[in-house]
Design a protein around this ligand. Structure first.
Ligand code: CA
Ligand code: CA
Ligand code: CA
Length: 253
């Protein structure tokens, strides 16, 4: 066997095993170790890979993994399984236990409201956005209006869903990348949010504020690929292409 063929074979095997490892991670999250905070009713579903927030809460509630999660990707599906109401669903990143009632908190809130709605002296806007929370987060202008005066600084609104609410009884895929310097959110494979900065470590969590019957399912956590991994994969693919072209030329000649 010539040397370039054995190298390309090894690279093929490597890429194949990488893709196998990725698909083997589908639905790998065991939610039985996660923690609920606030007034929600988070109901674990059979298999412990899905959870449903059942009630129309009167204040923000969080269901989180209690684990520092920077360097990880969280993916899955979210569905509001009712036509009733129009309030907030979403996520928290870098959340530490007790942060809902912590006046010195520092975490990221990704929330998505179905419809515009007035309260607390303003209008909660339909759409998806990301905010930084640095105070307690009760039922009030912080959570409702993203009010800076109440410790919620809105950082960015989503590219296509910035003023578009979620639809009833509709499943969306989500993919969250969380590192110390970059946070990205994909919905249905569209990059909706991307912020760079310096972010506190903390948990992944699901967020809910006043919306019943929200199902999170098919949950998967995987490491964010290092830039070197991409480079090696690209180099490997390039080499395979080169070898294939060489073999083709050889046959043609
Ligand atoms: Ca609705
Ligand atoms: Ca409402
Ligand atoms: Ca409500």
């Amino acid at each position: 066997m010539n040397k370039s063929l054995s190298v390309s074979g090894a690279l093929c095997a490597g890429i194949f095993s990488l893709s196998l490892a990725a698909s083997a991670n589908a639905g790998n999250v065991d939610l039985s170790s996660w923690t609920a905070e606030g007034s929600g009713n988070w109901s674990l579903q059979p298999g412990n890979n899905a959870v449903k927030q059942l009630v129309n809460t009167s204040a923000p509630t969080v269901f989180h993994n209690n684990v520092n999660s920077q360097g990880q990707n969280l993916a899955g599906e979210i569905t509001v399984q009712t036509t009733g109401d129009d309030d907030f669903i979403g996520f928290v990143l870098g959340y530490n236990a007790g942060d809902l009632s912590n006046a010195s908190s520092d975490y990221l809130l990704i929330d998505w409201k179905q419809n515009n709605q007035g309260a607390f002296g303003g209008t909660a806007l339909a759409g998806l956005s990301i905010s930084r929370v640095t105070d307690v987060l009760p039922n009030g202008a912080g959570a409702w209006l993203h009010s800076n005066a109440h410790g919620v600084e809105e950082l960015q609104r989503a590219t296509t869903l910035g003023s578009t609410g979620w639809l009833d009884n509709t499943t969306y895929t989500f993919d969250l990348t969380f590192t110390s310097s970059l946070v990205e959110v994909f919905v249905n494979d569209v990059k909706e949010l991307s912020i760079s900065g310096s972010f506190n470590d903390g948990a992944f969590g699901f967020y809910n504020y006043s919306q019943s019957n929200v199902l999170y399912a098919g949950l998967d956590v995987s490491p964010v690929p290092e830039p070197e991994t991409y480079a090696m994969l690209l180099a490997g693919l390039g080499l395979i292409g080169f070898v294939a072209r060489r073999r083709k030329q050889h046959v043609a000649v």
